[in-house]
Design a protein around this ligand. Sequence first.
Ligand code: G6P
Length: 590
Amino acid sequence: MCGIIACAGVRRASEILYKGLCDLEYRGYDSAGISVKRGGEIVTVKRAGRVSAIECARRLGGSAGIGHTRWATHGRPSDENAHPHCRGGFSVVHNGIIENYAVLKEELIAEGDEFISQTDSEVVVHLLAKYYRGDLKEAVLRTVARLKGAFALCILHEDFEGFVAVKYRNPVIVGCGNGCFAASDMPALSGIAARVAVLKDGQIAFACEGGFTFCDFEGNAASLTFSPLPPQARSGGTAGFPHYMIKEINEIPAAIRQTAAAFETEGCARAFAKLRRKKFSQVMLCGCGTAYHAALAAAYAGEELIGVPVRAETAGEYRYRRRGSLAGTLFAAVSQSGETADTVEAARTAKAAGALVAAVTNVPYSALTSVADIVVPVRAGAEICVAATKSYCGQCAALGLMFSALAGGRHYRQAKRALGEAEGMCAGAISHCAVEDVARACASASAVYFIGRGADYPAALEGSLKLKEVSYVPGEGFPAGELKHGPIALIDGGTLTVAVITDPALAEKTASAVEQVCARGGRAAVVCAEGCEPEGLRERAEFFITVPRSALFPAIISAIPLQLIAYRTAVILGRDPDKPRNLAKSVTVE
Ligand code: G6P
């Protein structure tokens, strides 16, 4: 995904845009660019690389402007493929994907247009230039009518003093304060906009010094209600920590507390009362990456609690599988951002097949919430590091509360208590887990494998994903029982295997997998919950980390040493854990 921002009616547009792009950089960091309006002229600076590559653009000034930070989809990261794209007095930034760009490009080339970039986005500026006959609104309406796919756009024109913002399937938040603003998310508006509103699909905002006017894609006037920027939308910077990743790990106890508190609101209680009255025959959980792992972890306890089948699947697979009616199914889509295209589309597909759709998300104004029938709140606060940490724990908490609320009042009260205890355990684990030696072993390993049984298997998958994402050390997560059926061929003295053990009933079984690793000369580390320690394992494993035991929320606690190991390994190897190569925080293309 990409980040877009715009401002109008301000004194130094370039400063505002540059700062906003720094806040949006988690959305992509392949290239960056800014266009500003100075008098009747548009001045553009864009470069491949991170936002800092256009530091010089801060001095452009201007009264209005647009900016972009890119995660490359069509065309490699380069100066030409960087946004904004300019033509015929227009300058445009785009987040999303123009699915019919090839057909449009062919048509425009046949009419004599020349293209500078390999991007899908460039067709937008060509269409605007083609349709502009002195009426900006008409040009925008005719352009959006030709586009298929997903697009959040910000547009400048040399004859218009402000900017235009367009929303279709990718987010645009508009804000006002000392000027008019638009951005892909709320944290980028904090400090500049006092009041904000979320554009709906198919809406267009025209911003100038006098304020906003809105219309739909047919040109009919629309109105939006602005409300104060919510406090949780402020990221607050790294607050003295060297990286967002470690700051956000330290915020896990708060994420759990706030998520539990959100379940106590009247709206949430009403939604769950409604859910309890329905009799579901199955629950389907879907998500991508870390969100999928939270879903998988929750499925184990969920099935036990509500006594109907609970399955978890990656959204990208689920949406293309053929299925019959989903009447009687609760479909819970899990997504930190609420923007991930595969997850949003899976939710749409499930809804069309008759499922009741719940959005389990950290972003209450996201695309996912607009598709869903009910929202299951995650309140981890703004998460800036590309690798998810506190949002994973928030998702595990929210899903645990969701299943216990479905199971009934007694179960819910028990889960609330257990979550309160888990919050304290997390704080303890963050300050006491000694991971440095394991991180050094990871940094020098040829590969790191993570194993676990039962609910510790998703924990192992997540431990492995975290390490890969931020340190680029190769590895995999396996069910501990599968190790001997193939993966054990990978074990040699250069590999490290990390075993997760939090269930006393399965501890001995996972311990034998550790024995098998040691017997083949592999190095082994164990993350073990108190009271689950199989006899003699501490002596056999090279590294042993003990964490407190939470019977209901084991994945939240074991995540802490695993996240800390990934973080320290990345730092030891000199990687930037907040912005790993090739990644973006959520992927809004399929
Ligand atoms: C990307 C990120 C992952 C994240 C996944 C799902 O692939 O790199 O860290 O877990 O998207 O994001 P979501 O916002 O849907 O939870």
